[in-house]
Design a protein around this ligand. Structure first.
Ligand code: TRP
Length: 348
């Protein structure tokens, strides 16, 4: 484990104590690229955590990172439709539109304008050694790397700082971006005066869920169980999931990643310990395991899916929630940009 990761985990534990004492001191921002339906990996990795923070009293901003989709594709496919689907997913899991703000990059000009001064605060070598960006470049399906690929972490700093968020719940891969955001905030404050908080990353405790093919669960790999999947679709996906040749079911993530990920999924859904779940299935083998996982997922998500279907019945509703969220984000972005201009001596 790297030193950065260990430090982030220690810091996250301290932050959890502060959250338990008084969550209202935190403004949380996080988001997702609208590239397709949100899935169970998102849910247990981050979505559930957001709702927990909201319900504990933190201010929650949820970003539909539509401009970020442009990093490695020529154009986003039906961005409007995907964004509305994403809003429905957020609402179904419990993001409350009267307390939290759901908004999109493209609707908040002031947020995007922060990139310009922010870019002046980072060096090209800093941008090119970002490990997450390097990894994305290595896996990119484009023949050449766009300028946005190198600069999107600075854009992400603008996402976080435009609303002065001080807490960013993320997975490990996003740590370099939060670190960059902290640098940008510090350097801006040093150069122009105190405007921004220096935000903390909050690592989620949930372990990584694998997709049905044994690789990381991902929208683009086609191995994901969507939050909005029906009970039948869920059963079919889980029936097709990879297991291994040992018939006795056990929980051993290092040696048996696929079987263990299925056990973990059932355990997460039922709020149980994975070892106990595996012991119970034991000699029942893969068929019994898959039946148990399917039942656990379908039971856990039945209310979410029902709520989503109900909300989707009124097509105007999700759009209105998004519009109102964008209006609120715009007002906040304008105020911050005003402060930034004043600090820079550029209020005319
Ligand atoms: N990069 C994040 C992802 O791919 C999405 C994102 C955009 C984000 N802006 C953010 C996450 C700001 C946290 C904070 O999942």
């Amino acid at each position: 484990m790297t030193a950065t990761l260990t430090a982030a985990m220690t810091r996250s534990a301290a932050l959890e104590q502060m959250i338990a004492r008084d969550a209202s001191q935190f403004r949380v921002l996080t988001g997702d690229r609208p590239t397709g339906p949100l899935h169970l990996g998102h849910y247990f990795g981050t979505l559930q955590n957001r709702v927990r923070l909201q319900d504990a009293g933190a201010g929650l901003f949820v970003l539909i990172a539509d401009y970020q989709v442009l990093i490695d594709r020529d154009r986003a496919e039906s961005p409007g439709e995907v964004a509305i689907g994403q809003v429905l997913d957020y609402l179904a899991i419990g993001v409350a539109p009267d307390r939290s703000v759901i908004f999109a990059h493209s609707a908040v000009p002031a947020l995007n304008q922060l990139i310009l001064p922010f870019l002046s605060l980072v060096s090209v070598p800093e941008l090119s050694r970002n490990p997450t960006v390097k990894d994305e470049i290595a896996h990119s399906r484009q023949s050449s790397v766009s300028g946005l690929m190198f600069t999107y972490p600075v854009h992400q700093a603008a996402d976080i700082l435009f609303c002065k968020a001080n807490l960013v719940p993320v997975g490990q891969d996003q740590l370099p971006h939060v670190e960059l955001t902290r640098q940008v905030a510090r350097r801006f404050n040093e150069r122009y005066g105190p405007v921004f908080p220096v935000p903390d990353a909050l690592l989620s405790a949930a372990p990584l869920l694998l997709g049905t093919d044994g690789a990381k669960m991902s929208k683009s790999r086609g191995n994901a169980i969507a939050l909005r999947a029906t009970a039948d679709q869920t059963a079919r996906l889980i029936r097709g999931a990879k297991t291994d040749s040992i018939s006795h079911v056990s929980y051993d993530p290092a040696a048996r990643p696929q079987v263990s990920s299925l056990v973990l999924l059932a355990a997460l859904c039922a709020g149980r310990d994975p070892v106990a779940v595996a012991d119970e299935i034991g000699g029942g083998g893969a068929a019994r395991l898959k039946a148990a996982v399917t039942e656990a997922v379908n039971e856990r998500f039945a209310p979410v899916r029902a709520r989503r279907a109900e909300l989707a019945g009124d097509p105007g509703y999700a759009r209105q929630v998004l519009r109102e969220g964008c209006d609120r984000a715009r007002a906040i972005g304008d105020a911050t940009l005003g402060e930034v201009r004043a600090a820079m001596g550029m209020s005319y």
